[in-house]
Design a protein around this ligand. Structure first.
Ligand code: HEM
Length: 405
């Protein structure tokens, strides 16, 4: 009798993430073939790395597994040939090291402490301005609003124009094939990003002429590593900082609210012991896993979990899967406050590219949950969230809710 083997699903299909139905596919891959070769997909052949430990192995070996733009970059979708937008997430050392060093100080703990008061004040304002007894969109009124304000502060960008930053971030990550895509072609995307570049170039010129100040534009304009970037790299780095600081934190705030509502006993633990707040924050970010995957390209032949990977192969690390890996995380399908190693998740990646804004994101989410718990709002979700059609960002576009008290 011939054995019938059911093929593994192509987990690069954006529909799986719009429908939030990816879980069982990855559970099977982790169980049966944790480093799996997909010979065919709309993005060409690729390897799926689905376990926590193997993902970490790839992350910690950048000499073998490259992020370089010229090899395709960090998404399963290759950078469009000749239209690449290089930036430091798509670079290997030594250029990566130098450019990352330029922006890191703004999100260093000492600077974050200075920003805390301002973030708290804005968070309080946004929460106090929410309507009572009527449906509104949490994703827009809270998550997007707070992250846009934060980003405008980091860039010292005019606050009244902050939603432009959200728009450019949405454009940068938009899947042009989605029905509701806000840009339908790569040309349209580039046209919008050029507007972004011109706006940022204007601010850049102003800041070059003045002594350095503590905002991202001034820091990049005055740093040896970044002050002479070619235009495409300039666009690429701004798009990186805007997307990095926007969509991810925003989506943690939306998916996190749903988790809080569905798990009142976990929230009660934090009410009883405020020392558990950092654990709630980390669990929120693990639960949300806002970046679905990062991709690397093998620079040389190598072995991973017994599989032979060849130079040039596309290697995709599925963070959504690593964060639900039962061999690394106890009861990963549950939202639990007080895990022994709450910060041990893959939402921020690992190694030399580990998210530079991790502490900032954690602080924003901590303040939001602290202010929310203080107000004791009774919030209900009135309709399922609308999720993004993307295999890269696990996004929530709208989340209709109502405050009952
Ligand atoms: C890199 C996730 C917030 C800026 C990354 C990576 C991930 C990630 C997965 C790639 C890691 C890797 O390849 O190993 C997240 C999540 C966030 C968040 C889940 C919120 C919950 C932020 C914020 C900023 C930011 C607030 C801005 C200040 C960046 C930058 C990189 C990066 C610039 C590139 C780092 C490098 O290549 O060295 N982030 N991020 N992110 N993130 Fe974040």
């Amino acid at each position: 009798m011939q054995e019938h083997v059911v093929e593994h699903a192509d987990v690069s299909q954006p529909l799986l993430y719009r429908e939030d139905s990816w879980g069982p596919h990855f559970a099977r891959l982790r169980r049966e073939d944790p480093v799996h070769f997909h010979p065919e997909s709309p993005f060409g052949p690729y390897w799926s790395v689905t376990r926590y430990a193997d993902i970490t192995r790839v992350e910690l070996d950048p000499a073998t597994f490259s992020s370089a733009s010229e090899l395709g970059g960090i998404q399963i979708t290759d950078q469009p040939q000749g239209e690449e937008l290089p930036n430091f997430i798509r670079m290997d050392p030594p250029r990566h090291t130098a450019q990352r060093k330029t922006v890191a100080p703004i999100v260093a703990p000492s600077n974050l402490a200075n920003m805390e008061g301002l973030i708290r004040q804005r968070t309080a304002q946004v929460l106090d301005g929410l309507p009572r007894g009527e449906t509104f969109d949490w994703a827009d009124r809270v998550s997007t609003e707070l992250t846009a304000m934060m980003l405008a502060t980091l860039f010292d960008f005019p606050q009244e124009e902050r939603r432009k930053l959200t728009f450019w971030s949405d454009v940068a990550i938009c899947n042009i094939e989605a029905e509701d895509a806000i840009v339908k072609t790569n040309e349209a995307r580039m046209a919008e990003l050029k507007v972004m570049a011109e706006t940022m170039a204007g601010l850049w010129q102003e800041r070059v002429a003045k002594p350095p100040t503590f905002d991202l534009i001034s820091m990049m304009a005055h740093s040896e590593a970044t002050k002479n970037m070619p235009t495409r790299e300039f666009i690429g780095n701004f798009a990186l900082l805007i997307v990095g600081g926007n969509d991810t934190t925003r989506n943690s705030m939306s998916s996190g609210l749903m988790a809080l509502i569905e798990n009142p006993a976990e929230v009660a633990k934090v009410r009883a012991d405020a020392g558990l707040m950092p654990s709630l924050v980390s669990e929120t970010i693990r639960w949300a896993t806002p970046v679905i995957h990062m991709r690397r390209t093998a620079r040389k032949d190598c072995e991973l979990a017994g599989k032979q990977i060849r130079a040039g192969d596309k290697v995709v690390m599925w963070y959504v899967s690593g964060n639900r890996d039962e061999t690394a995380i106890d009861e990963p399908e549950r939202f639990v406050v007080g895990r022994p190693k709450a910060r041990h998740h893959l939402s921020f990646g690992a190694g030399i590219h580990r998210c530079v804004g991790d502490r900032l994101a954690e602080m924003q989410i901590r303040i939001l949950w602290e202010e929310l718990l203080k107000r004791d709002l009774d919030i209900e979700v009135v309709a399922p969230p609308v999720r993004l059609y993307s295999n890269f960002i696990r996004g929530i576009r709208s989340l209709p809710v109502r405050i009952r008290n």
